[in-house]
Design a protein around this ligand. Structure first.
Ligand code: ADP
Ligand code: MG
Length: 285
């Protein structure tokens, strides 16, 4: 019993009708779930117990639930509605993000205008700041883990997948090598990092939002890691020459190798680029 459920606690199938698959990850599968009493459509992430190999994996699932409950309440975090457990799986029932992954929206768009990128990116920084204030590092920030409540301009951005998230104390250092190759910070590869690693990942995401391409790439994981550690960021290739200096400066301050010089969430929220694009946005409304 991973989530400390009592035998009489409601089972997933008592409350929900399970529908089509929405996504798939390392440990489980995400499907649509319709609440029997009122027809509410939600999403359920089912984590197969057979894939939880060690105590650490079990702890990660417990952590994912604890973190989702803690960071809930921010408008850009996916809300956890209920949890269930049976012999085979642990189930996390969440609000449905019918717009899918931000990843797919980027692929469709190629890249975003500066204004659109700034609008989306501000929300990302705000939600990461919210997590940091509560002592949570996500450790897997990437466009696949930012979902949209619907397609179209009214779609709200929601951060999800706290499966690799951890609680951190002030100045605490971590050494687990986790995350996704394109987005991983150099200090994570060096196995000595703190919550600043999330800011690096945001820098990678911003670079992709603006250009459609990852800043560090290669054919193999090793090659990608080599590029991350080298840390050279290309601003010469299209569309970078056409983009504003403020946008480039924002990316540079996040993709800063020296953790003590890397921009914090608060610094980015006050950065000229976000402020300027934010004002321009208000005027157009
Ligand atoms: P994993 O830890 O396996 O990556 P995620 O929580 O990221 O699991 O979920 C995997 C995928 O399932 C997501 O990238 C997304 O496509 C889809 N998904 C997850 N949660 C939801 C949700 N609440 N609404 C819609 N789709 C979701
Ligand atoms: Mg994921």
């Amino acid at each position: 019993n991973i989530l400390g459920k009592a035998p009489g606690d409601p089972k997933l199938d008592d409350i929900y009708t399970i529908g089509k698959q929405l996504g798939k990850g390392a440990f489980g599968i995400v499907r649509q779930a319709t609440k029997k009493v009122n027809g509410d459509v939600l999403a359920v992430k089912s984590i197969s117990k057979s894939k939880l190999m060690c105590k650490e994996d079990v702890k990660d699932v417990q952590g994912e639930v604890a973190i989702m409950n803690l960071v809930a309440g921010h408008q850009n975090v996916v809300t956890l509605k209920s949890t269930h457990e049976d012999k085979e799986s642990v189930h996390l029932v969440m609000e449905l993000c019918a717009g899918g992954e931000l990843f797919d929206t980027i692929v469709e768009a190629g890249n975003f205008t500066e204004k659109k990128a700034a609008q989306v990116f501000r929300k990302m920084v705000e939600v990461v700041h919210h997590c940091q204030e509560l002592g949570v590092m996500h450790r897997d920030l990437k466009p696949e883990n930012f979902l949209l409540t619907s397609k179209g301009p009214e779609g709200e951005l929601k951060l999800t997948d706290f499966g690799l998230g951890v609680f951190f104390k002030h100045n605490e250092r971590f050494k687990d090598l986790v995350g996704s190759p394109y987005y991983v910070a150099p200090e994570v590869l060096r196995k000595n990092y703190g919550h600043e690693a999330d800011m690096w990942s945001l820098g990678v995401i911003l670079y992709i939002l603006l250009s459609g391409l990852p800043p560090f790439w290669g054919d193999t994981e090793e090659q990608i890691f080599k590029m991350v550690l080298r840390g050279h960021v290309d601003f010469k290739t299209e569309p970078w020459p056409k983009l504003s200096d403020a946008a480039k400066d924002c990316v540079k301050k996040l993709l800063e190798q020296d953790v003590s010089k890397r921009a914090t969430a608060v610094q980015i929220l006050k950065h000229d680029w976000l402020v300027k694009e934010g004002i321009a946005l208000d005027v157009s409304l």
